[in-house]
Design a binder for this molecule. Structure first.
Ligand code: SF4
Ligand code: SF4
Length: 286
């Protein structure tokens, strides 16, 4: 049986919050009988956009991560609900407003903090993946339709097909250590949970300071090359998606066959900018 999946590309999200607004437009003040009670006007973020900043001035980046209910296969909320949360055959989990009334404990049962408490109706509530629309022939939930950048993608696939797609596109679930088997997969999740090493390469030539474009840069770990890149037109380079809390890195910037400058990298506790690496002269990669 095909299951519902969301694929979220963090590199495409620009924090416009259209997804969140579309969710509110669909659910605030609207009671979708058989699916969910109305969402209150304030306090709920059924799809929340988290923000994360990495690096130090002048090389920093900021990423945005839309975060809805993960529609988990092994859902702690369902396990703790005593029948108040059920999973449909397409994988979508719904909270039954009749059985869940007064069950504030269900808010704490979600390790992703995807369940919100509605004080007025005394109900726990969360994203339904707009199941009421999907059941009426809509191709995708409102958030997906409202996203202007294509950061959100809705898929109906067999689990084996989703596995193959995740492997081909290097998609990952959020917090795999929670072992909840989510149906939401992320592209470019390294922008949230991995580190980068970056720097600018510059040279003094004829009394002028110039950034060096096209210089070959090699990243070594414990003395062995593990990645290679070239500087961009501004002399910047970045090695990304590195595991945090690792050590033993070194940067070599080459001029021809020889390193023109080498720089050890401190223990990589978080993303780091090494500042400007000065070289006397460099042959660039055309
Ligand atoms: S993300 Fe939370 S609310 Fe959603 S299915 Fe998983 S455990 Fe339940
Ligand atoms: S609508 Fe798309 S681009 Fe805008 S915040 Fe949501 S996911 Fe990001």
């Amino acid at each position: 049986m095909k299951q519902c999946y969301l694929i979220i590309d963090i590199a495409r999200c620009e924090d416009c919050n259209n997804c969140s607004l579309a969710c509110k437009d669909e659910h605030v003040g609207n009671q979708w009988k058989g699916y969910t009670a109305a969402q209150p006007l304030h306090g709920h973020r059924w799809i929340n956009v988290a923000r994360h900043e990495r690096g130090q001035f002048p090389i920093i980046d900021v990423a945005y991560r839309p975060t809805p209910c993960m529609q988990c296969q092994d859902a702690p909320c369902e396990a703790n609900s005593r029948g108040a949360i059920t999973r449909r055959s397409d994988g979508v989990l719904l909270i039954d407003p009749g059985k869940a009334r007064g069950r504030r404990d269900l808010v704490e049962s979600c390790p992703y903090h995807a369940i919100f408490w509605n004080e007025e109706s005394q109900l726990p509530q969360k994203c339904t993946l707009c199941a009421h629309l999907l059941d009426n022939g809509w191709a995708a939930p409102r958030c997906v339709q409202a996203c202007p950048t294509g950061a959100l993608q809705f898929q109906r696939l067999e689990p084996a097909e989703m596995s193959a797609l995740a492997s081909a596109r290097k998609l990952r679930p959020l917090h795999p250590e929670l072992a909840t088997n989510p149906r939401v997969f992320y592209a470019n999740l390294h922008r949230f949970d991995r580190c980068f090493i970056a720097a600018t390469v510059a040279a003094r030539r004829n009394g002028r300071d110039e950034c060096v474009a096209g210089a070959r840069v090699v990243l070594l770990r414990d003395g062995s090359p593990c990645a290679e890149t070239t500087t961009d037109p501004f002399g910047d380079f970045k090695f990304d998606a590195l595991e945090p809390n690792t050590a033993g890195y070194e940067i070599h910037v080459y001029s021809g066959d020889q390193p023109a400058v080498t720089s050890p990298v401190p223990q990589l506790e978080k993303s780091i900018s090494l500042g400007t690496l000065w070289i006397a002269a460099v042959e660039t990669v055309s």
